[in-house]
Ligand binder design. Structure first.
Ligand code: UT7
Length: 336
């Protein structure tokens, strides 16, 4: 006779280490205004961004990812050789193949891990967390290293003022380890996609539609292209919907949540979504001013800063939420 399916998984995925890393070089709004027709005032009021970090020529996505991972592993007191799984969420991989995670594994000396990249744009870290959650809750793995890392500056059209003001480079990482199902850990994850709206945000060059052996019909296809207005409206709607559904599923209210850490795509989007959710501003972490939009890296960088600034503490219930290209969106509820 088959065993009854347990309602509650036997384990929880507990965050035991966290870290982030950004390139030293920065680009302020004032500096950008010397490159394209824009101003600090326009960028600040429309996005909340003041400065972003820009990778040097020899700073690749795997380099940033490795630096963030080293900090997270040290904090978790976990040897790289004991890591069982590494996932790198990114849309700016080291190369077409092998995966960015392969390079991170090599740099860390994580000999016993199996590794892969996850491509879900700005929702990559949220999706990755749900994957790790499954492997740890099922008992298949004792630990995992999850990284969000991007060098978006390398696919930015620095002549397009509608997009170049938005993006920046960086990486964030967390270590998750197996804990019992009574204490802290990831409580619930939800993920969604809508391929019908793929054109809203894309970078088309050198995939199978535009192979490297054929001249590009439009050289701009090597860069990110965005329909800002379309993304803006959808992002607010989906964040509100996802957070509301997550809370309902977990039988929680806004009062139970200590902090919402959203993907940092635009301070106005985060503010509008929070207002619609009736989430007080002190429960909403925003650091886009210092980084711009770092896609898959933005949630783990924000998480790292939030903890280090003492804005969340062990035992707090937090919600991570993101929206991005695909389209993709999702959220994780975590008891930290
Ligand atoms: O993580 C997912 C990826 N993130 C996104 O896709 C971002 C989502 N969207 C946004 O954050 C906003 O839509 C933007 C910040 C990109 C744009 O803000 P907006 O309020 O939606 O501006 P808009 O595109 O409607 O443009 C308004 C005006 C236009 O001028 P006209 O046609 O009204 O004369 C633009 O040409 O602002 C002009 N404009 C600028 N002016 C100065 C556009 N970009 C700039 C700029 N500086 N950088």
């Amino acid at each position: 006779m088959s065993k009854p399916i347990s309602e509650k998984p036997p384990y929880r995925a507990v965050i035991t280490g966290y870290g982030s890393f950004a390139p030293e070089k920065t680009l302020t709004n004032e500096e950008l205004a010397k490159i394209v027709d824009t101003s600090d005032e326009w960028i600040t009021t429309r996005t909340g961004i003041k400065v972003r970090h820009i990778a040097a020529e020899d700073e690749s996505t795997a380099f940033l990812a490795t630096e963030a991972a080293k900090i997270a592993l040290a904090q978790a007191n976990l040897n790289a050789a004991d890591v069982e799984l590494i996932i790198v969420a990114t849309i700016t991989p080291e190369m077409v193949f092998p995966s960015t995670a392969s390079f991170v594994q090599r740099s860390l000396g994580a000999k016993h891990a199996w590794v892969f990249d996850l491509e879900a744009a700005c929702s990559g870290f949220i999706f990755g967390l749900s994957v790790v959650q499954q492997f740890i809750e099922s008992g298949r793995h004792k630990n995992a290293l999850l990284i969000g890392a991007e060098t978006l500056s390398k696919i930015t059209d620095w002549a397009d003022r509608k997009s170049c003001i938005l993006f920046g480079d960086g990486a964030g990482a967390i270590v998750l380890e197996r804990g019992d199902n009574k204490g802290s850990g990831v409580i619930y994850s939800t993920m969604h996609s809508d391929g019908d709206c793929w054109e809203a945000l894309n970078c088309q060059a050198y995939g199978s539609r535009h192979p490297a052996n054929k001249p590009l019909d439009d050289p701009k296809k090597t860069y990110m292209q965005i329909n800002g207005r379309q993304v803006y409206q959808q992002a607010i709607r989906r964040i509100v919907e996802t957070v509301t559904n997550c809370l309902e599923h977990c039988n929680l209210t806004i009062d139970d949540i200590s902090m919402m850490i959203s993907h940092q795509m635009n301070a106005r989007i985060i503010e509008s979504a929070s207002k619609r959710l009736n989430m007080p501003s002190e429960k909403v972490f925003v650091n886009i001013g210092d980084y711009g939009n770092t896609s898959a890296a933005s949630v783990p960088i924000a998480f790292d800063e939030c903890v280090r600034n003492g804005k969340i503490k062990r035992g707090d219930i937090i919600i991570l939420v993101a929206f991005g290209a695909g389209l993709t969106w999702g959220a994780n509820i975590i008891e930290f």
